[in-house]
Design a protein around this ligand. Structure first.
Ligand code: SF4
Length: 1003
């Protein structure tokens, strides 16, 4: 190819196909200016920096003199953390400087994640998925990765307390035992409220407690799971069920408000990624239809999406069943849809062509079709979804009978029981109903009437404040447990001793059992092992149990059980459900309450990593704005950040609003889990939406007839959607399959760009990365993993408002098309490690420079903070430490730091290093074993965490490496390639598989 002088960079395109903000879409002067400005207004303000007068010349010289003395005396020990004493007897498994990995498990609700915990010198520092898990295959969820912060949470309660006074465990356990024995003797009920019991051993233990204390009443409660799913399942299966999608078996997937790609289910993301990483046009892939009110992560990845009010979802699902029946699909016995009219239900805007396309898609996919219903949807919608799957004979889901969970109505009955003096004692274990229950005040008033109130948890919360006895429990990284049933049993083992004077909750229950006169082992570890020996260990196994258990602990799981049979479908309730679905109305406006991406039900609200990770759709951090459609906002004369009053059934909240493209008109969304009143990080962030929840178990998260009105005033939003904007050109590529076929045919190699700089030489390796936008769903797991691996600082909401967030990798979301229902593309953006990096040649002190392996590296010690490099970076991926974000971090928080990565102080520029510490570690390992590096053996934290395998890293010098092969793919492109900076990151274009070409999102 002949070398040519490249044309001068194109000016920003008129009407860009992709846009990030409404202003960009409309090309307002403010948006154009914002795209050109280096920093957001306020980012370089000196208002929050020490005043210049504090740095008098005399003071400066004094300081420098002192610093020189200090530097000479402590060398690199910046903080002077005291005398270091080496091991006198080193634990056999610990080699200083070498990480150890232990298998363990994390639980959230009914789901258990098998994980590997990386420890350094006995200190857990990073979490990844366990690669032995056959479904998760080394992947896990963002919240699992981030919950290592829970271990080091400085707000953890460090010892038992009674009446505000610290107690010994003997005293505390004695009080609990006395109260339970008293209740038993008086024959009075004791109420125990826990989260979901996903552990068979914990379940057995609670059954033992029930035997020893027959008056025990146990409620297992998950505040945000949406009771509609359970009510719907009970109606058609007679039992609560757990639905596991098997996307790898589905050609057509219909989501009825189900956000199954939100990162919580790594297995779903893995199957999604596998179907979306196409290498040739014409390859088989799946098709995702999404009908939903709020735009979800799943909706943002849809091939065909239509905004539908949640109150109409059940009617839509029943109408689809009627249509499928009309096409010859049999109804299950007892199902009667005679009252359901065919066609698009009233009040639903789905064009006839799309409706017929959906019906045809489902009918022709048959057993390879899958219908999933969102947790927040009504019981009727869930019944209809089960009916659709039964009619289709879907093989793409697993249904298992599940232990029932308490509903809001059950909790309400408990409140009434407490108020009526029914209970002698209440024990609350890892639950926070004083915050997460719709009638929290009624709960608190009723609880106050119970004579004995005990609480078990990690950190004092709103519920702990109401209890007399506080029993601090171990974090899961300090605990034993097991999870699963059927084919797979997962083990949780402690990877560190208890940091404080805490106990595992199960040990407290064992103590209670002994107090009640039952025979119980001394600790839960013994209890769990005994149960495994009796129930999990295969009879007649040639391996001794101790060895069997050791291997299970090493692997983190055993795969030798049998799957439970799926419960049978009964259609008798469907006629009534269909009638209710047809009659359901949401009023002018309806509200959907969704679990917070960061907070879930509020349990992670004290976790800075999660709170500062932008919500994958709204890009909000730290709080929960009210989301409404652009049309509704115009009608209500509201703009981003304006304060609005949201009124639901007499309860009102004042909350800032965000205009969310893709949100259905007449639907507003608010995330749960914010507005806590306790916790150093959590308190006062956002508003508590639980008071708006209904006490109706058929759909507690949906409210009809809500009112939204401007409340006057506005507040700055800690939202990153408009931060770090790249200047106006087409930055992402997103094609339909037909466009892909065309692009692959017409693809021409562009002219090679010339440069005045000499070519870089890479004698051994040249590291590079490929990111497949078609596989990436935008779950943000990579952001959390990067934060954990690289000691990325949390800056707080005030700093995020100024655009000073420090993330080394971010997720840029681009919209395309109509604001009412745009297409969305998520693009991970990080340092592109350009060969001709524009940052390198402007650094006056050579603090950023190029390594012989193609890494754009930062020498923190040299950086003097001019920020020229950030100015010159076209990708806006460099992060400056405007303030000292890390110096105030002391133990226990600082224990989470990765010792292989420098903790950066104020005044230093930082950015992605391609996890250089992992590269070096891999090279040392290969050298130690006297072999060349293997392709794929070095993986940065973002790539390891990505459940859909959208990120591939490797050596571009090796033409056969996976990364080199992908660079040559017919979907590859480089962002801002025309600048001639030669980025080392290649992207693969996003692909959509619409049923209606060119109209996948149009209304
Ligand atoms: S690249 Fe990041 S955001 Fe995209 S799917 Fe992977 S982990 Fe999620």
């Amino acid at each position: 190819m002949k070398t040519q002088i490249p044309p001068s960079p194109e000016p920003p395109v008129e009407n860009p196909r992709h846009w990030r903000t409404l202003g960009e879409r409309e090309e307002t002067p403010e948006a154009r200016k914002a795209a050109h400005d280096e920093f957001l207004p306020g980012a370089v303000d000196v208002a929050d920096l020490p005043a210049p007068s504090e740095f008098s010349r005399r003071g400066f010289l004094g300081l420098m003199g002192g610093a020189a003395v200090l530097a000479a005396s402590v060398a690199c020990d910046r903080k002077g953390e005291g005398t270091i004493v080496p091991y006198t007897r080193r634990p056999v498994e610990v080699i200083p400087g070498v990480a150890n990995y232990y298998a363990s498990a994390f639980q959230e609700g009914r789901r258990a994640y098998s994980v590997l915990v990386k420890t350094r010198e006995g200190r857990p520092i990073h979490i990844t998925g366990n690669d032995e898990h056959p479904g998760f295959k080394g992947k896990t969820s963002p919240r699992t990765i981030a919950d290592i912060m829970g271990l080091y949470d400085p707000d953890r309660l460090r010892g038992p307390k009674a009446g505000g006074r610290t107690q010994s465990w003997a005293e505390a356990q004695g009080q609990l035992n006395l109260a339970l024995a008293g209740a038993k003797a008086a024959g009075k009920p004791v109420l125990l409220v826990t989260g979901a019991v996903a552990s068979p051993s914990r379940k057995a233990l609670l059954a033992d407690l029930k035997t020893a204390l027959p008056t025990l009443e146990h409620l297992a409660w998950e505040p945000v799971r949406g009771d509609g799913a359970a009510e719907g399942a009970r109606a058609v299966f007679g039992t609560d069920v757990e639905v596991t999608p098997r996307l790898e078996k589905a050609k057509v997937v219909l989501s009825l408000g189900a956000d199954f790609l939100n990162g919580e289910d790594p297995m779903a993301l893995a199957a999604w990624g596998a179907q979306r990483r196409l290498s040739e046009p014409g390859q088989a892939t799946n098709r995702l239809w999404v009908l939903e009110g709020p735009l979800s992560i799943t909706g943002s990845n849809a091939d065909q999406r239509f905004p539908v009010r949640p109150s109409r979802i059940a009617a839509v699902a029943f109408a689809l069943a009627k249509e499928l029946h009309g096409r010859g699909l049999a109804l299950p016995a007892g199902a009667d849809l005679s009252a359901v009219p065919a066609g698009v239900p009233q009040g639903v805007e789905i064009p006839a062509e799309a409706w017929q396309g959906l019906v045809k898609d489902l009918a022709s996919a048959g057993r390879e079709a899958l219908v999933l219903c969102g947790a927040e949807m009504t019981a009727e919608a869930h019944q209809a979804a089960h009916l659709l799957n039964a009619m289709l004979g879907s093989q793409a889901l697993e249904l298992r009978a599940a232990e029932p969970l308490a509903t809001v109505r059950d909790l309400d009955a408990a409140v009434q029981g407490m108020a009526a003096g029914r209970y002698a004692a209440v024990l609350l274990w890892d639950v926070n109903p004083a915050y997460a229950f719709p009638k929290a005040q009624a709960w608190q008033d009723a609880l106050a009437k119970v004579p004995f109130r005990a609480w078990m948890g990690l950190a004092e919360d709103e519920t702990a404040a109401q209890c007399q006895l506080l029993l601090p429990v171990n974090h899961w990284l300090e605990s034993w447990n097991d999870f699963g049933s059927g084919e797979l049993s997962i083990l949780q083992q402690p990877v560190i001793g208890a940091l404080y004077d805490t106990r595992q909750g199960e040990d407290v229950i064992l103590g209670a059992l002994r107090g009640l006169g039952a025979v119980a082992p001394e600790d839960y570890h013994t209890y769990l092992k005994a149960r495994w020996q009796k129930e999990v260990y295969p009879t007649g196994s040639p391996v001794a149990f101790e060895r069997y258990f050791e291997v299970a602990l090493h692997d983190g799981l055993v795969k030798d059980g049998k799957a439970a049979p799926a419960p049978a479908f009964k259609g008798a309730s469907l006629a009534t459900a269909a009638k209710q679905a047809l009659a359901a109305q949401g009023g002018d406006m309806e509200l959907v309450l969704v679990p917070g991406f960061a907070t879930h039900d509020g349990r992670y609200a004290n976790n800075g990593w999660l709170m500062e990770t932008p919500d994958p759709v709204t890009k909000m951090t730290w709080e929960n704005p009210l989301l409404l459609s652009v049309a509704d906002a115009k009608r209500l004369k509201l703009n981003d950040g304006d304060l609005a009053t949201l009124t639901v059934d007499g309860a009102a909240l004042r909350v800032p609003v965000v205009l969310q493209p893709g949100q259905a008109n007449g639907v507003v969304t608010l995330a749960l889990g914010y507005g806590r009143t306790t916790g150093g990080m959590a308190a006062g962030k956002g508003v508590n939406a639980f008071p708006l929840m209904a006490l109706d178990p058929a759909a507690p998260n949906l409210r009809a007839g809500v009112q939204v009105a401007a409340a006057g005033g506005s507040k700055p939003l800690s939202r990153t959607q408009a931060h770090h904007r790249l200047d106006g050109r087409e930055l992402v590529q997103s094609w339909s399959l037909a466009e892909y076929a065309q692009e692959a045919k017409d693809r021409k190699k562009g002219p090679e760009l010339v440069t005045l700089y000499p070519d870089q030489k890479f004698p051994e390796h040249k590291w590079g990365m490929v990111i497949d936008l078609s596989a990436c769903v935008g779950c943000s797991g990579c952001m959390v993993a990067c934060q954990s691996e690289n000691n990325v600082a949390v800056v707080g909401p005030e700093q995020v408002v100024k655009g000073r967030e420090m993330h080394w990798i971010r997720l840029d979301s681009y919209y395309e098309g109509d604001v009412d229902n745009p297409k969305v593309v998520h693009q991970p953006m990080l340092c592109q490690h350009c060969d001709d990096a524009p940052c390198e040649n402007v650094c006056p002190v050579n603090a950023t420079n190029h390594s012989p392996e193609g890494l754009n590296q930062m020498v923190y010690n040299r950086c003097v903070g001019t920020r020229y490099c950030a100015n010159n970076c076209p990708y806006k991926v460099r992060r400056f430490n405007f303030l000292e974000y890390t110096a105030d971090k002391v133990e226990p928080e600082s224990l989470v730091y990765n010792p292989e990565v420098t903790v950066r102080p104020r005044g230093v520029m930082e950015k992605c290093s391609f996890c250089v510490q992992r590269i070096e570690d891999g090279k040392i390992r290969a050298k130690g074993e006297d072999r060349p590096l293997r392709d794929g053996e070095i993986t940065p934290a973002c790539a390891v965490s990505c459940p859909s395998d959208a990120i591939v890293f490797g050596d571009l010098k090796d033409p056969n490496s996976k990364v080199s092969q992908l660079v040559r793919a017919n979907r590859s492109f480089k962002v801002l390639e025309e600048l001639g900076v030669k980025p080392a990151i290649t992207y693969l274009a996003d692909l959509k598989n619409p049923a209606i070409e060119g109209g996948q999102h149009e209304l």
